[in-house]
Design a protein around this ligand. Structure first.
Ligand SMILES: [Zn+2]
Length: 209
């Protein structure tokens, strides 16, 4: 395999780039990564959480499963998932500066993020702003960014009540998820500030098979 791109994403930043059909994207991280993709030739066709869950018949996807688009097309296939600690999330949206302020205003930081925070510990931005900034050069408005595939965000979901519980279970160092592009794509990701555990940088690489 030939590596065509390698990128180190610092804590709480985003990145967007293009991929050709058949290329592989490897995302190595120990904390949450918010990931989205768009068909390069029609950026209105984008990743869709609901279609992905219905197509795969489950809410936790892994090796062999597909990321589906708005028009029910195969956008990507997960070819390898080495996170053995927990699962990846398809329920949640993106964290954002406003979201953190709202939780603070309502006195619910502990409820959402598992501990108390000092004023200066609450980030002034999150994945929403990171992805918005990364996708701006492609003319994608923040409101048009789909709810993401949240890598390494392990949730406990009660099958009867549907109650979702944030956890601090995350991937071990060296873990990665590798995707194959099933069409030419614009892909974007954010190294989430991941409040419950404290975000970390993310490494990504794109390979020619
Ligand atoms: Zn986030």
């Amino acid at each position: 395999m030939k590596k065509v791109l390698e990128k180190h994403l610092p804590y709480n930043t985003g990145w967007a780039g293009e991929m050709k059909q058949g290329q592989l994207l490897r995302i190595a991280a120990t904390t949450t990564v918010d990931f989205v993709c768009f068909r390069l030739q029609n950026l209105k066709e984008r990743f869709d959480q609901a279609r992905t869950k219905v197509y795969n018949g489950k809410i936790f996807i892994t090796t062999g499963d597909k990321l589906m688009g708005r028009n029910n097309q195969h956008m990507m296939t997960i070819v390898e998932n080495t996170n053995r600690e927990g699962t990846h999330d398809l329920q949640k949206g993106m964290c954002s500066g406003y979201r953190f302020q709202l939780a603070k205003k309502e006195g619910r930081l502990r409820e959402y993020y598992h501990r108390d925070y000092k004023e200066e510990e609450v980030p002034d931005h999150g994945c929403y702003e990171n992805l918005a900034r990364a996708l701006e050069p492609y003319g994608i408005a923040p409101e048009d960014i789909p709810s993401p595939f949240n890598l390494n965000q392990h949730m406990i979901i009660d099958g009867k009540t549907g109650k979702m519980e944030h956890t601090t279970v995350r991937a071990k160092p060296g873990s990665y998820v590798e995707f194959r592009a099933e069409m030419d794509l614009l892909v974007a990701l954010s190294a989430c500030p991941d409040m419950p555990v404290g975000g970390k940088p993310v490494d990504l690489s794109i390979y020619e098979p």
